[in-house]
Design a binder for this molecule. Structure first.
Ligand code: FAD
Length: 383
């Protein structure tokens, strides 16, 4: 029995696969590229089905499923319908800083409605002068009575036009936590917030990225998430988990292209025989199969370690790195072996390629994944 697609008999995998089919998500994935907008209808339907927050605790309305099963479910969503809806499913996990460190009122007012697909929360870390090096943030946070005043600019952020609120990271200018990173939940309709969309993206267009300017935006103290100056540690934990889960999504999309290509080259005759009989084709496809399979086993191991509470920042970072590297190569072969049609928008491979390509930059660029792993290697040394 092949390793991929993983855990096909798992009840959670069966449930999400059924959801994809019933809601025609494969067709919707293609539509989101042509008419980019946040898929609110599907977000609400996922909320109603209890499929938002697959990892989130049951106390907060989530499934609290073990991470390897969550990874397998995300793989299958991407395998059946592309990268978008796994990421939509992960919105609560992308806000785990709020769930873990926000006050009970803030969680009730914002996180719980998100679990029902009613409110959307973005993440705003990147700035014009701070991306790969997130500690170089310059968004200033000044105390004024019981409020904080935020001034600066966030850039490149997803859901720029659609998020009802965002978790915004900045640095408090005075006091003991001066220079440390602090997180706030900032409703995007506050006075002084301006959203400026990008002129359009290569892929993942439904995310409608852009810049958000904060011009002396007054945020009440109760919107602070956790302690002043401590948010970089919160963010690190969240990023570790999400990198490993995103890897599962990228592998699922790439595996779909691989499988469709095998089916195509079995049937397509060129120079009097099926393309699969050409070693130039079959060698590439067996290499891709081996890479995607071993990548999944690597990702599954990272998720299992995280599930057991073991440190696995390096494994999570390398999971995303591997999935993007090998996923893009496999999808590129799909484009190639479908010939002229492979390069066209008639087939989903070019969209998958553009979408998986985002993973080489978003949630930390490829080089930063290598930095995280190299740091861990230096610390660990040899055993
Ligand atoms: C689809 C998408 C969605 C995104 N969503 C969000 C979001 O929701 N919220 C948010 O805050 N941000 C978001 N981002 C922004 C993303 O996190 C940043 O673009 C990323 O961290 C890189 O930062 P930067 O753009 O400033 O590039 P820079 O930091 O200027 O880096 C440019 C390039 O330099 C290289 N590089 C960087 N450091 C090193 C190094 N040490 N060694 C070697 N090479 C290096 C990398 O190739 C990198 O891509 C998103 C980006 C994309 C593409």
């Amino acid at each position: 029995m092949p390793v991929l697609p993983p855990l096909s008999d798992d009840p959670l995998v069966r449930e999400v696969s059924e959801f994809v089919r019933e809601n025609d998500l494969a067709r919707r994935y293609r539509e989101l590229d042509r008419s980019p907008s946040f898929p609110w209808e599907e977000f609400r339907a996922l909320g109603r089905a209890g499929l938002l927050g697959l990892r989130t605790s049951s106390a907060l309305g989530g499934r609290a499923a073990p991470l390897p099963r969550v990874g397998a479910a995300l793989f299958h969503i991407a395998y059946r319908s592309g990268t978008a809806f796994g990421k939509v499913c992960l919105q609560p996990e992308f806000s785990s800083v709020l769930a873990a460190h926000g006050s009970p009122e803030l969680v009730k007012e914002w996180f719980r409605p998100m679990m029902r697909g009613e409110k959307l929360i973005g993440n705003q870390i990147t700035e014009p002068g701070a991306g790969s090096d997130a500690l170089a943030l310059a968004l200033s946070v000044d105390r004024d009575g019981n409020d904080y005043v935020l001034t600066g600019e966030k850039s490149e952020v997803a859901l720029c036009l659609d998020a009802d609120a965002a978790i915004v990271y900045g640095k408090v200018s005075e006091g003991e936590s001066r220079g440390g990173v602090t997180a706030f939940l900032v409703p995007q309709d506050l006075s002084g917030v301006t959203r400026v969309p990008t002129s359009g993206d290569l892929g993942e267009r439904w995310q409608r990225r852009g810049a958000v300017r904060y011009d002396h935006v007054r945020v009440p103290e109760r919107f602070r998430i956790g302690a002043e100056g401590k948010a970089f540690g919160y963010l690190r934990d969240e990023l570790t988990q999400e990198r490993a889960l995103l890897a599962a999504i990228y592998l699922g999309a790439a595996f779909a292209s691989w499988e469709e290509t095998v089916s195509h080259v079995q049937r397509r005759e060129v120079f009097g025989k099926p393309l699969l009989r050409q070693e130039g084709v079959s060698f590439s496809l067996v290499q891709d199969e081996a890479r995607l399979t071993s990548d999944w086993l690597f990702v599954e191991n990272a998720l299992a370690r995280l599930d057991r509470g073991e440190p696995a920042a390096a494994e999570a970072a390398m999971s995303k790195w591997l999935a993007v590297e090998d996923g893009l190569r496999a999808i590129d072969h799909a484009i190639q072996f479908h010939g002229g049609r492979g390069y066209s928008r008639d087939l989903p491979h070019e969209q998958r390629w553009r979408d998986v390509r985002s993973g080489g930059i978003a949630h930390g660029p490829a080089e930063v994944m290598l930095l995280v792993a190299a740091h861990e290697l230096r610390t660990r040394g040899t055993t």
